[in-house]
Design a protein around this ligand. Structure first.
Ligand code: PLP
Length: 286
């Protein structure tokens, strides 16, 4: 089935959708994005993702071209047109077509480019990795210093993922000054003596929408949380480890750089957090 995608207000078959080669997103990675999961036909955490989109646009002084309702409507139309039960809606907003290649931003009034597309992922909530757990390696965090802005500059995370693959692992955790920042496309956590430890919010990490909800739900379940950075050695000595993201929800980590975490199998607290998060998502999806 040919996917229907969204480009600047139009719904088109994917092979008819085009963007200029002068688009700033293509030439300068001058673009931000969001990923909203679809579970059983419902959009998860839509409000959170929309709020972060606006924050990212603001941080880069890109005009927000659509209203909240227009974003929501486009998400719903794409889910319907592409018959998505479980999957994701990807959204990118670029600074638009500058006409010529130039480091200077295009003139005021240049219309940002908006594209959206779906990816089907049947059985999104039943990922096999939830049962087996992830093996991660650690690599130096060589990304730029504004990781709180969700830009499409994903080359370094992509390289880190390829290195993980080459070394027989599922993903990489990024490390700066000896301390874990986050995963290539997820936030990173360890659990020690019943306390959930995850890096505090700053420009060093993406402010995960799933992170915010999981921490809120953990607090409501009387779990203890410490928002601070941790070393790789501390992670390797933890009782449990896990990651969160919009499409992975909560997934356990069972190995870091070849060292088994805890009993070397998915931990109970991570499993419980996944359960609570999915339960809440099914209730609050729109
Ligand atoms: N950190 C990075 C670097 C990411 O790319 C992502 C998601 O893409 C996350 C964290 C998790 O964010 P969210 O929970 O909003 O998906």
């Amino acid at each position: 089935m040919t996917r229907t995608v969204y480009v600047n207000g139009d719904y088109l078959p994917e092979d008819e959708a085009t963007v200029s080669i002068f688009d700033r997103g293509f030439v300068m990675a001058d673009a931000v994005y969001e990923v909203v999961s679809v579970l059983e036909g419902k959009l998860l955490e839509f409000g959170g993702h929309l709020a972060r989109l606006k924050r990212s646009l603001d941080a880069l002084s890109i005009d927000n071209p659509l209203s909240d309702d227009e974003y929501l409507d486009a998400h719903r139309v794409l889910v319907e047109k592409n018959a998505i039960t479980d999957g994701m809606v990807y959204l990118q907003v670029t600074r638009g077509n500058a006409g010529d290649r130039d480091f200077a931003y295009p003139p005021a009034g240049t219309r940002p480019t908006v594209v959206m597309y779906t990816q089907a992922k049947p059985g999104l909530a039943d990922a096999p990795l939830a049962k087996t757990g992830l093996r991660v390696i650690t690599v130096e965090d060589q990304r730029w210093a504004r990781r709180d802005i969700k830009t499409v500059q994903l080359l370094y995370p992509s390289m880190a993922k390829m290195e993980a693959k080459a070394r027989g692992a599922d993903d990489a955790w990024l490390v700066e000054d000896g301390r874990v920042t986050e995963g290539t496309s997820n936030n990173a956590y360890i659990i020690k003596d019943g306390r959930i430890i995850t890096r505090e919010l700053s420009n060093d990490i993406l402010h995960g929408i799933t992170r915010a909800s999981v921490l809120r739900l953990a607090r409501e379940a009387q779990m203890q949380i410490e928002e601070r950075s941790f070393t790789v050695a501390e992670a390797q000595a933890a009782d449990e480890a896990f990651i969160t993201s919009a499409s992975a929800f909560v997934l356990p980590v069972i190995e870091i750089d070849g060292t088994a975490i805890g009993a070397g199998k998915p931990g109970q607290m991570a499993a419980r957090l996944r359960e609570i998060y999915l339960e809440e998502s099914r209730k609050t999806g729109i």
